[in-house]
Design a protein around this ligand. Structure first.
Ligand code: HEC
Ligand code: HEC
Length: 231
């Protein structure tokens, strides 16, 4: 009997899915690649304007037009979201419908003739971006109120996380590092960008990604950032 119990435990341990814990790291890295892949992998900044960037938009050119977020949006909604107007208006659709889709579909799109990313990143980079697109999306309009741009979070609770996790680098009032606009300004101007930075981290910086925690933690942090000084 003892032996059977022992063998059952050994078998259970042996068949544990070893990679089950790696998803958040892959999704967060994918989110940073979606933001600015060439910075994450240390590649040279693209100098040309991406061939899929529409001629109708003359406000942006060069490396900015190679970032996934520039065409598909921080809110993953492209022309149906925050980029329906403004300097990133392109008429290109979002990727929201791909939550739950197969990674293969996203990877094929990145390597197609429209995108031309084949050979520019390695396979793990493509997998991480696909994980972000198919498994990392949040119900953005439930988290950030579309019209008012306000986060649906508890700022008082967010201040506890901010004070312990973020303030060491960004200062209590969000005014550091000096070469960056105040966090209070960014969080009110473009909350869709800031929630992604909080969840996934900042490309090529040692900033933590909060993704493994409950989503509400990041939303509460965003709500607190919106109370910080804007200048
Ligand atoms: C210069 C603009 C541009 C950039 C940068 C860009 N895309 Fe796209 N993407 C498009 C266009 C145009 C389409 C075609 C469909 C449309 O208009 O939505 C598309 C379609 C897609 C599709 C297929 C959507 C579907 O429903 O089948 C996926 C997936 C995709 N892009 C992912 C990405 C990812 C990931 C990145 C970054 C690595 C990226 N794209 C960067 C312009 C861009
Ligand atoms: C180890 C230091 C470090 C920690 C901890 C850290 N950050 Fe950062 N963060 C940075 C650096 C460095 C940058 C990039 C600054 C720049 O672009 O000049 C950055 C950038 C950002 C940005 C993007 C600003 C932009 O211009 O787009 C946001 C938002 C942000 N951090 C929020 C947070 C929040 C919220 C936390 C806590 C959950 C946090 N950071 C924790 C170092 C850190």
């Amino acid at each position: 009997m003892k032996k059977i119990i022992y063998l059952t435990i050994v078998a259970a341990l042996m068949f544990q899915p070893v990679l089950a814990f790696a998803d958040d790291a892959s999704i967060a890295r994918g989110g940073k690649l979606y933001d600015k892949w060439f910075k994450v992998i240390g590649a040279e900044k693209p100098a040309d304007t991406h061939p899929a960037w529409p001629a109708s938009n003359t406000k942006k050119k060069g490396n900015a037009t190679h970032r996934c977020k520039s065409c598909h949006g921080w809110d993953m909604m492209g022309k149906d979201g925050a980029y329906a107007s403004g300097s990133y208006k392109t008429g290109i659709g979002g990727l929201k419908h791909l939550q739950g889709a197969d990674n293969a579909k996203v990877i094929a799109a990145m390597k197609d003739a429209t995108h031309g990313f084949a050979g520019k990143m390695d396979e793990q980079d493509f997998i991480d971006i696909a994980d972000f697109v198919t498994k990392g999306q949040i119900d953005i309009d439930a988290v950030i109120e579309r019209e008012s741009k306000m986060a649906n979070g508890d700022a008082a609770n967010g201040s506890r996380y901010y004070g312990t996790v973020c303030a060491g680098c960004h200062a209590k009032d969000g005014m550091l590092p000096k070469d960056m606009p105040p966090l209070g300004k960014l969080a009110n101007k473009n909350p869709w960008e800031i929630i992604q930075k909080v969840l996934n981290g900042q490309p090529d910086e040692k900033m933590p990604a909060m993704r493994a925690f409950d989503l509400q933690v990041s939303v509460d942090i965003l709500a607190y950032l919106q109370t910080l000084p804007k200048e």
